[in-house]
Design a protein around this ligand. Sequence first.
Ligand code: 5GP
Length: 172
Amino acid sequence: MVERLKSAIRDVNDFPKPGIVFKDITPILGDAALFRGAIDLLCETAGGKEIDKIVGIDARGFIFAAAVADRLSAGFVPVRKKGKLPWRCHEASYALEYGEATVEIHQDAVKPGEKVLLVDDLLATGGTAAAAVKLLDKVGADVIAVSFLIELSFLKGREKIPSHEVKSILHY
Ligand code: 5GP
C-alpha cells in the first residue's frame, strides 16, 4: 500500500509559488482503495491505544483526521487558521518564509488529560505542526502521537516537535 500511495502522489512544479514542488494528494482522495489504505495506515499510528480526540490541521488535515476519528470512534477537533473558529480560542503563531501565520483551537475542544492524535497530510518545515502542538499543550492534552501521511524528511520538520512522537507513513 505504501508504494501504491507513493505512486499516486503527484508532484506539481511551481505551486503555489515558483521553485516549490507541491505534493498533490488529491489522487489518493479520489481513489476509494487508496483513500481507505491511507486511513488504515494513519489509524495504525495510534498504536492500538484508545484515543479521545483526533485533531486535524486546516485544511487537508481535516479530510484525513475526520476519517480517522470516525474509524477510531474518537471525536474530531479542528485546528484552524486565525479568524475561522467562532468561539473562544487559544492561538499560536509561527514563522513563514515571509511573515507569520497563526492557528487557533477552541479553548474547550480538548479537556485536560484527554488522549489526542494530531493528524495532518504533510510535514514540511514543521512550523504548522509545532504551533498545533503548542495549542494542545495549552489545553493540557495528552498527545499520543503526531501523525502525517507524508514527511519531507530533508526539511527536518520533526526537529521542531522534539517533545512528541512523530509518525509518518511516506518519507521523501
Ligand atoms: P510546514 O508548516 O511543515 O512547513 O508545512 C506543512 C503544512 O503546509 C501542512 O498543513 C500541509 O498541508 C501544507 N503543505 C506544505 N507543503 C505541502 C505540499 O507539498 N503538499 C501538501 N499536500 N501540503 C503541503
